[in-house]
Write a protein that binds this ligand. Structure first.
Ligand SMILES: Nc1ncnc2c1ncn2[C@@H]1O[C@H](COP(=O)(O)OP(=O)(O)OP(=O)(O)O)[C@@H](O)[C@H]1O
Ligand SMILES: [Mg+2]
Length: 602
């Protein structure tokens, strides 16, 4: 280990006494002293050492001078800084300990979407609204939501947020765990399309509120008209990631069932892009079956009425599809399965594998169908993995996904944007990493949409609007890599298309591969990009047909306008040549105009 030199040593090396061979420390310094005794062979080496020593000596001198100016004795040796000593494996071991998930996210709250006060307000509302919509749909109830943001008296940067739903409510014993513990929920371990999936959203919002205002989350919930309503004040013990109940009560509540989540947080209310207003507006577009009443802190009261009384198809929970499943995941399924043999495991733990297909796969992999799954060695599992990938397996069933649908997508765009052309495409389901997914896109063009500037892009994942991190989203990447010029739409290199265009893309999956816990952007898996591009290309083709027709019609119109301009002159000419009376001329002109009109409409 390198040794620190003290000033005395530095001076000693700077001017080594002749003949002194032993006083220096081992290593370079010793060789330095030796060389100064007249051996010219290593003349270069000592010079380097002396230079280094001088520099250190100078530094030490300067330090002592500064210390002298500061009033301390100039002869005192420099003090060793506390805590700067080297660590050992043992001293490091003493400091190594588990990190609770809530501690981690307290430090990394930007990962959860709480990186600035404006975004924090949106994230908190989004988590509560997404949960409310999920809960209502799972209970087959048409959602009726009340979203309220109030200012807190005497604090400009504090808001009180409350979201009330008419969902199934939450069982009393579960309330503290759901709101006071991160990574606790009902959606993580299943393969079913829903807005939430991680089990972190609402407790993280509560934790942010607790961190910035010190106030606990307030929850009221009731599971039925004949059941009492429970009121809880809960906060997260961030060291243990455990709920702390501040207060619990049975209360009177004017609702027969549902949940009300209320929290106070440091935030900023602002309208416009990426605001709560935009999120709620886009939520209403993607969820026409929901009714949302919204009271903003500035007193504005908005209602997004229910546009459809039909609940979307309730997606079915499914098993993973064998395509795209990684080898490690396959091995883990083989270890954990309840099936006694491989054929049973393939049929029972995966979707779309019949008895015949399971037999084919086993034959290809040269493994007996009756082998015990847990005893399949890693080499065999690799063969099995390859056999699965090379076997033709049906696409996953469509009923595990609930796309918005072409009609509803167009209706949503029509409601918000006045355009000349609308179209929507829903692609068949595909698979990424064993997870079924489906992409749908809609396009609106022309009309009152702004003709200059880039196209507006609206992204949804499982019916939830994505307002942040557009640049890192697979949807954005797919839009950029689609050649919009092929469809008569302007596009600069590396940019989205431009013109009076709105592109809305919905990604639906049993597991959305978000790029971070804040669920703002979709990861760019190659097959997700491919599907999204195919979907956009189909929209583009339809748009191109519309634009070509419109261009053709405009050209014809131009020609006809030109002819129309000359009809009166033709009338004058005919009158002069054929000696028409004024009445005959008028008749001839109106006849010609009639012919032109018929040609136009026909
Ligand atoms: N309003 C509600 N009504 C009924 N159950 C709810 C409600 N809000 C939350 N829950 C339950 O609490 C669980 C935890 O919610 P939380 O938002 O923390 O996670 P999540 O929705 O599962 O996933 P994500 O972190 O992606 O949002 C949910 O899985 C759901 O079971
Ligand atoms: Mg949630």
């Amino acid at each position: 280990m390198a040794k620190r030199l003290n000033p005395q040593q530095a001076t000693l090396f700077a001017a080594p006494p002749s003949g002194d061979k032993s006083k220096g420390k081992p290593g370079k310094s010793t060789s330095g002293s030796r060389s100064s005794s007249g051996k010219s062979k290593s003349a270069k080496k000592p010079r380097t050492v002396i230079k280094l020593s001088k520099t250190r000596a100078q530094r030490a001198k300067a330090r002592s001078k500064t210390a002298g100016r500061a009033g301390s004795s100039s002869t005192a040796a420099p003090k060793r800084r506390r805590g700067a000593g080297p660590e050992t494996a043992q001293s490091m071991a003493a400091k190594q300990r588990e990190i609770s998930v809530s501690e981690f996210f307290t430090k990394n709250r930007h990962l959860l979407g709480f990186d600035n006060p404006r975004k924090a307000l949106l994230t908190a509302i989004k988590e509560a609204v997404d949960n409310a919509l999920d809960a209502c749909e799972e209970a087959h109830i048409l959602p009726d939501l009340f979203v309220e943001i109030r200012t807190v008296e005497g604090a400009e940067d504090r808001f009180c947020v409350a979201v009330t739903d008419n969902g199934p409510g939450i069982v009393k014993a579960q309330i503290p765990k759901i709101f006071g513990k991160l990574l606790y929920g009902s959606k993580f371990h299943r393969l079913k399309m829903s807005r939430g999936q991680q089990g972190i959203g609402i407790s993280a919002a509560g934790m942010y509120g607790q961190l910035t205002t010190g106030r606990p989350m307030r929850i009221t919930s009731r599971t039925g008209a004949k059941k009492p309503a429970h009121y809880y004040e809960v906060q997260v013990d961030t060291i243990k990631n455990q709920p702390q109940i501040v207060r619990e009560d049975e209360v009177e509540w004017d609702r027969s069932q549902g949940t009300r989540v209320e929290l106070e947080l440091e935030a900023r209310f602002q309208r416009g892009r990426q605001s709560v207003d935009e999120y709620l507006q886009q939520t209403a577009v993607a969820n026409p079956h929901a009714r949302v009443i919204y009271h903003a802190p500035d007193g504005a009261k908005l209602e997004f009425p229910r546009a459809s009384k039909e609940l979307p198809v309730i997606p079915r929970e499914i098993k993973p599809h064998p395509y795209g499943l990684e080898l490690g995941a396959l091995i883990s399924i083989l270890r954990q399965t309840r099936s006694r043999n491989l054929s049973g495991c393939l049929q029972g733990d995966f979707t779309r594998v019949s008895a015949r297909l399971a037999k084919d796969i086993c034959e290809k992999a040269r493994i007996a169908p009756r082998s015990r799954p847990s005893r399949i060695a890693n080499g065999e599992a690799e063969r099995l993995y390859r056999a699965i990938q090379s076997t033709k397996i049906m696409n996953p069933p469509t009923d595990c996904l609930a796309p918005i649908g072409e009609e509803a997508l167009v209706a949503g765009l029509r409601k918000e944007y006045e355009a000349d052309f609308y179209t929507a495409v829903t692609r068949p389901p595909r698979v990424y990493r064993g997870n079924p997914f489906q992409v749908e896109a809609a396009v609106a063009y022309g009309g009152s949409l702004p003709a200059d500037g880039l196209a507006k892009v609206i992204r949804f994942a499982n019916r939830v609007p994505l307002l942040y991190q557009q640049g890192s989203c697979a949807i954005w990447e797919s839009i950029l890599s689609t050649s919009w010029r092929n469809y008569h739409v302007d596009q600069s290199r590396g940019a989205p298309p431009s013109g009076p265009l709105v592109i809305s893309v919905h990604f639906a999956s049993v597991w959305v591969p978000f790029t971070s816990e804040s669920k703002e952007a979709i990861a760019s898996y190659p097959n997700i990009i491919k599907e999204t591009k195919l979907c956009l290309q189909e929209c583009g083709r339809r748009l191109s047909v519309f634009l070509s027709r419109r261009r053709r019609e405009a050209e014809e119109q131009r020609k006809r306008d030109y002819i129309e301009l000359y009809i009166p002159h033709i009338g004058i000419g005919l009158r002069e040549i054929l000696k028409f009376s004024e009445t005959q001329e008028r008749r001839m002109v109106s006849k010609l105009k009639g012919m032109l009109k018929r040609a136009r409409t026909g």
